[in-house]
Design a protein around this ligand. Structure first.
Ligand code: GLC
Length: 416
């Protein structure tokens, strides 16, 4: 089935095949370990936040281990926060001192990261925060940690967003030239309609998004750029929601999209956050996403010592066990062209149709409206034949009485 998807400047052909990626949120906020927005939430003054910079020393950082987790889970690409809203740069930028090389750790984290992940065959994306709560030229607004200070006019005096916009172009240039070919640029985010105490939010005019995007495209015309610089580009990015239909642009065209999701509520490492999703929910999210023609970018927030905490490792491992046997229903697949059946989610890759059984029935599994279309059926995890019969336009699959040992069992249907 070929869907007509909106054409965009970047090359998304590999992206829609790969379907599953790892997001990594890592920065100074891993030390307080209570949300990557901690500086905003607690309105932390600069001199207090500095204590995290002074102690940033991830002695157990091992990108090889990270890449192994990603690969084992079946992820094909990775998006790393090169700089988050706090302004701290994981990379060695010549345009700031606020970077990993000046912390006790002393090394460029991005360099090691890119080299390792690329060697493992994963595609590389950089998240880059448009928001910056450290840069002296970033005007204070409604989401800035200093938003409730008494002397805002004084604090805002002399801040020049044009200097900051140039800083972003310079840093994006560094990111796209110093680390080989980068596949995705993930800007975050714009809020032009936010007004707080008379302070206006920021959008494309503030970021000078056109120039920023042009800077990136001049270096790599194929790069996939998301929409969060307030100009539609290649990638639509629903966050912490699972669309149940293919995402569309404002004119109603189908688009390339990627749901981004956390294991728990926070993107950065959050020690005391306990609302972790079960492996089953996570696997269902992946299936749901692909069944609506999208990708899933699943986030890990590494600890301040540089390792993935056990809850993330557990979830990745369970996903990996499922992907080992069932990834054929994910890679290269998209929304299926067939009638729906309650309790079942379909994906499709050409003449192969995949039925993911969310509600395992006690008897035959009835698939609506597929009679006359099926040539052969098997369980995907072990390629064991599944007999089927047809009645009144529907197909009845004689699935095993005992649910296969798979978090979500998948049936592979060969279409005529
Ligand atoms: C949001 C948050 C941020 C996170 C991002 C991921 O915009 O500000 O912390 O990085 O979403 O999608």
């Amino acid at each position: 089935m070929q869907y007509k998807v909106r054409k965009t400047p970047g090359d998304t052909s590999w992206f829609v095949q790969d379907r599953f990626g790892m997001f990594i949120h890592w920065g100074l906020y891993a030390l307080p370990a209570r949300h990557e927005w901690v500086k905003n939430i607690e309105k932390t003054p600069e001199d207090i936040y500095q204590r995290y910079f002074d102690r940033f020393n991830p002695d157990m950082y091992d990108p090889k281990e990270w890449a192994a987790y990603a690969k084992n889970a079946g992820m094909k690409y990775v998006v790393l926060t090169s700089k988050h809203h706090e302004g701290f740069c994981l990379f060695d930028s010549q345009f700031t001192d606020y970077k990993a090389t000046n912390t006790p750790y002393g090394k460029d984290l991005v360099k090691e990261f890119v080299e390792t992940f690329r060697a493992e065959g994963l595609k590389i994306g950089f998240y880059y925060s448009l928001i910056d709560w450290h840069h002296p030229d970033f005007p204070i607004d409604g989401i800035h940690p200093r938003r409730d200070d008494d002397d805002i006019d004084e604090l805002n005096k002399g801040r020049d967003i044009k200097i900051y916009a140039q800083y972003m172009r310079d840093q994006v240039t560094e990111l796209l030239t110093n680390y080989g070919k980068i596949d995705i640029l993930w800007f975050d985010f714009s809020y032009p309609d936010n007004v707080y105490k008379g302070m206006k939010g920021k959008g494309k005019d503030d970021w000078e998004s056109e120039k920023l995007i042009a800077t990136a495209r001049a270096i790599n015309p194929d790069i996939i750029i998301d929409n969060r610089a307030d100009i539609e580009q290649d990638l639509w990015t629903p966050e912490q929601v699972q669309p149940d239909e293919w995402v569309r642009d404002s004119e109603g065209n189908l688009v390339v999209w990627e749901a981004c999701q956390t294991f728990s509520g926070s993107w950065g490492y959050y020690r005391d956050e306990t609302t972790w999703k079960s492996p089953e929910i996570l696997i269902r999210m992946l299936i749901n996403t692909v069944s609506c023609g999208g990708n899933l970018l699943l986030n890990v927030g590494p600890t301040a010592r540089g390792y993935f905490d056990s809850r993330a490792v557990f979830a990745l491992d369970e996903i990996g066990k499922w992907m080992k046997y069932n990834s054929r229903s994910i890679y290269g697949c998209t929304k299926a062209d067939c009638p729906s059946t309650p309790g079942v989610k379909f994906t499709q890759n050409g003449k192969l149709l995949y039925a993911h059984i969310f509600e395992y029935p006690p008897f035959d599994l009835k698939l609506n409206g597929l009679a006359g279309k099926i040539a052969y059926v098997q369980l995907l995890n072990d390629a064991s034949e599944v007999h089927f019969s047809e009645k009144d336009g529907d197909v009845y699959l004689n699935i095993p009485r005992i649910k296969p040992d798979q978090i979500v069992p998948v049936i592979e249907l060969f279409l005529k």
